[in-house]
Design a protein around this ligand. Structure first.
Ligand SMILES: [Zn+2]
Length: 118
């Protein structure tokens, strides 16, 4: 079982930002920048090519809400959405990265970022 399925089952703890019946969003434990977030479907899909489009649409809606939350709480200067498939995809469970970008950044620990977002 991959690490995201374990997080979804609660076998591994995570810094959860959002959860509903279809998706889970949590902070990346190895962030590129403050507020680096992953959104995953609760059902296991390997990548962009096997996930269904209705669920993709839902993931994008959640992404927009999280991006607004991150803007409000962390005040990033820009934000990138990124999704890797095949080569370059470390965990073989579909995940969308939300990566805030800052002109100047005071890098915080994941826990410090999480406390700002709660
Ligand atoms: Zn999985």
């Amino acid at each position: 079982m991959d690490i995201f399925c374990k997080i979804i089952k609660g076998e591994i703890p995570s810094y959860k930002l959002y959860e509903d019946e279809k998706v889970l969003a949590f902070l990346d434990v190895n962030p590129n920048h403050n507020g680096h977030t992953l959104i995953v479907p609760k059902e296991h899909y390997e990548n962009f090519f096997d996930i269904d489009e209705e669920l993709l649409h839902h993931i994008l809606k959640v992404a927009k809400e999280i991006a607004n939350l991150l803007k409000e709480k962390l005040n990033y200067d820009g934000i990138s959405l990124c999704q890797n498939n095949y080569y370059g995809q470390e965990v073989k469970h579909f995940h969308l990265h939300l990566i805030p970008k800052y002109k100047e950044e005071n890098k915080l620990s994941v826990e410090e970022v999480y406390n700002k977002l709660k």
